[in-house]
Design a protein around this ligand. Sequence first.
Ligand SMILES: Nc1ncnc2c1ncn2[C@@H]1O[C@H](COP(=O)(O)OP(=O)(O)OP(=O)(O)O)[C@@H](O)[C@H]1O
Length: 243
Amino acid sequence: MTTKVKKAEIISLNNINKSYNDMRILQDISLFVEYGEFVSIIGPSGSGKSTLFNIITGLTDADSGDQKISTNIGYMQQKDLLLPWKTVMDNICLPLQIKGVSTKEARQIVKQYLDMTGLRGYENKYPNQLSGGMRQRASFLRTFLTSQDTMLLDEPFGALDSITKSKMQKWLLEIKEKLNITILFITHDIEEAIFLSDRIYVLGAKPGIIKSEISLDFHKEEKTMRLVSNELLETKNEILKLL
Ligand SMILES: Nc1ncnc2c1ncn2[C@@H]1O[C@H](COP(=O)(O)OP(=O)(O)OP(=O)(O)O)[C@@H](O)[C@H]1O
């Protein structure tokens, strides 16, 4: 028997509750994320997933409960929020400039990541000249430069066609290793969650409660194998029954 060695918990929520206008949105949410993990949250529309991210990042206060965050967080929201009048390079430089880094230095920093993220050759284009996948890469790199530790990604591939989505999922796993980051990820797509994650929290709606925590131990090293395995169907059915 193998026992899992627990790594450092860098995000830990205990019994978080949140209501809007007397409507309970999140109820007794307890979850954790360990350093280096890829954790997904899957749940129906309106189950409070984005609200949970807003609470973790401090954009919204919980009504009750405890949270311990011991990591720097970059938050990539559902909309890519790239400024249409700025080039890709200038969009990505923004968070660094806001931190006080000079334009010249910010550009030098961004240049180091262009090859790794597949953005080389696109840096002088404007967001409306990019495909959906490229926009998400630019948005990802901009978010990464705000934190460099932990990324909260709210349905980053929700609007992409299935071929681009599949490429971007593989890209994300590669880039996660290269950048040595932790990811907390929201998705509606069960196969996407199974492919990408080390663990999944399944959220129920009205109110948003955690119905299950699923560890994905199969094909941990070679995640593409998951998509053709028997375990995929079993796990997919398990999640479908919960939703
Ligand atoms: N600032 C707010 N004021 C009032 N109600 C809000 C506010 N933010 C969110 N809500 C409500 O809280 C509920 C949960 O919203 P939230 O966006 O967190 O869900 P979600 O699971 O992320 O949904 P989706 O998957 O559709 O993005 C919804 O009913 C939403 O209308």
